[in-house]
Write a protein that binds this ligand. Sequence first.
Ligand code: MN
Length: 204
Amino acid sequence: MHAVILDLLMPEMDGFEFLDKLRFDSTFKELPVLINTGMNLTQDDYQKLNDKYEKILNKSFVHPDVLLEELAALVKNEVRRNHIHEEAEADHVSVLLVEDNQFNQKLIEHLLSADGYRVSTVSNGEMALEMLEKEQFDIILMDMQMPVMDGYEATRRIKSSEKHKKIPVIALTAYAMKGDNEKCLAAGCDSYLSKPVKRTPSFL
Ligand code: MN
């Protein structure tokens, strides 16, 4: 089995419950899940789904390639705008990726390193703060929903640190959660990108 296409509204066990069970099973926890729903997802629904899926298809679906391009462009723009490297080229830019979802980690690492960025990845806010003490980064891509320390708290701490506050933080927010983007900016993020920042797996 290579992937699951999942409806959310089903009798007996719905898609939410199925996804919870799937991700708790070590055999299937990284199996790509494509949610195919006509449902208009609420903020609560997205919270329940918290990164346990690879992609959601719905009416307002934006092609993932567009998001990938936006990500690369945004990283370059942020670095330029902040004058961290006046003549910034991708191969001089080091990115700290803070993301707990392994599928997202791999995909974003792949995308950025293919474009010549240096990428270090950690999986929660606490590890990000430790990493910042050890190495220099030009930009931080920050998932918001993570265990141990979430992206909001990590961003607040980064932005209240004299040493780190100039590093641009780009929030990775759940797709279509409008209220969340404001929350990210309030926490100190410089900008945000909507997830899924994903490409269709080649076997689909
Ligand atoms: Mn997450």
